[in-house]
Structure formats: structure tokens, C-alpha cells
Ligand binder design. Sequence first.
Ligand SMILES: [Zn+2]
Length: 229
Amino acid sequence: MNRKFWLVLGFLMALSSCEPAYAMSHARQASPFPSPSPSSIASPAGLVPSPTPSASPAPSPTPSFSPHVRFIPDEYYTTPAERAKIGSAGLKAAQVIQSPCFADFMSKRALIQTNNRTAAQVAAHLQALSGSVSVMMYYRCMHGLGCSSAVAYRQPPSTEIHLNRAYFTTALSDCTWASTLGHESYGHALGGYDHAFKWSPSRSYSVPYSIGGADQAQGGDAFDRCCHD
Ligand SMILES: [Zn+2]
């Protein structure tokens, strides 16, 4: 009889005999209790809370999560620290977009430029997207516009995302990076959604901005709601 068996047996007996909970801590010793009824030990394993406790700790906090979209840092145009950031933020982006929170937020939003999909269909479409997206870093300050005016760009039809180091430092949170990765990849490159070039209040209701980048005055965006650092 191993320890786990005795813990389970003790638990069952504590239940069946209405013994105080401390009885469990003594259950691994030779039983001082009367035998429990056969029916209560017919399948003790079936009463063990799942998942079954393991001797070794889980290697990752989210071992079962499988991202549909993977973000691959460009080996040449990234530093080791940036590669680590792209890895963690990319996983975060996929987790947020595959979450029930994301589906709820998007399906209830007054989206525009949806390519003839309802909001619920947009949410389902985004959650079903898959593929890999290359990410590279560059550095550019725009004369007269400052360093952070252009934080990211793509060159269609390439799905590669270019992030400006002038804005994206590794000190920024994973959710800040993930929000832009979500906007550029799920919104534009993989999802095929567009938005106006010029700012306006309504632009925040486009699909890419509703994923990430919407103004707070327009209700914020899905990453504001669903991403937690
Ligand atoms: Zn955009």
C-alpha cells in the first residue's frame, strides 16, 4: 500500500464516518478505524481529484496550450533579448486571441470593415487563423515626427512584421508587444482586415484596432480587456 492509497482511503473514511478532517493526516498509519463499507472503496481511484498528482512538477505553467499562430524572430535582425521577448509576447498574443475573453469582446463590438462578416464571425475567423509570422526589429526616428510615430509596419504580401526599436524596448510589457503583434498579424497579415490610414474615432472599430490599438474613448481593445502581464 502506498501513501497515496492511504490518503485516499483516509479521505473516504473521514467522509463516511464523519470524522474531523485531522483524521486524514493519520490515515497512512495502521488503520484505527472500522472497515469502510465495500461500496465506498469500490473504485477509490475514481474519486481522486483530477489531474492525478504527479511526483514531478509541471515543466511549464501552460503545458497544454498550443498556439495556432507562432511568431518567429528573424535571426539576423533581432538581439537575443528581443528574441526572448518576441517568444514570450508572441505566445501571449496567441493565448489572448484563443481565449473566451477575446471571443466575447470581439463578438459584442460594433466592428467596421469586417469583410462582410458579422462580429461573431470575425471572432471565430480570428480564432481559427493559423500559421507562422516572422518578426524583425529595425530602428528609425522620423524627422519631425519623433521616434515612436511609426512603431510597426508590414510590406504586403509578406506577412513579416517589422517593429521599431525606438518604441519597442524589451522593458515594455509582453502585453504591449502582444497587442501590436496581434494587430499586425491576426488583424492584417493573416486575417486580411484593413483600416483607414488617417486617425479618426471610428478607426478604433476596425478589426485590427479592435484587436490592439483602439483608443480608450472608443472602449479600448481586446488586449486591454483580455491580456494580463
Ligand atoms: Zn494597422
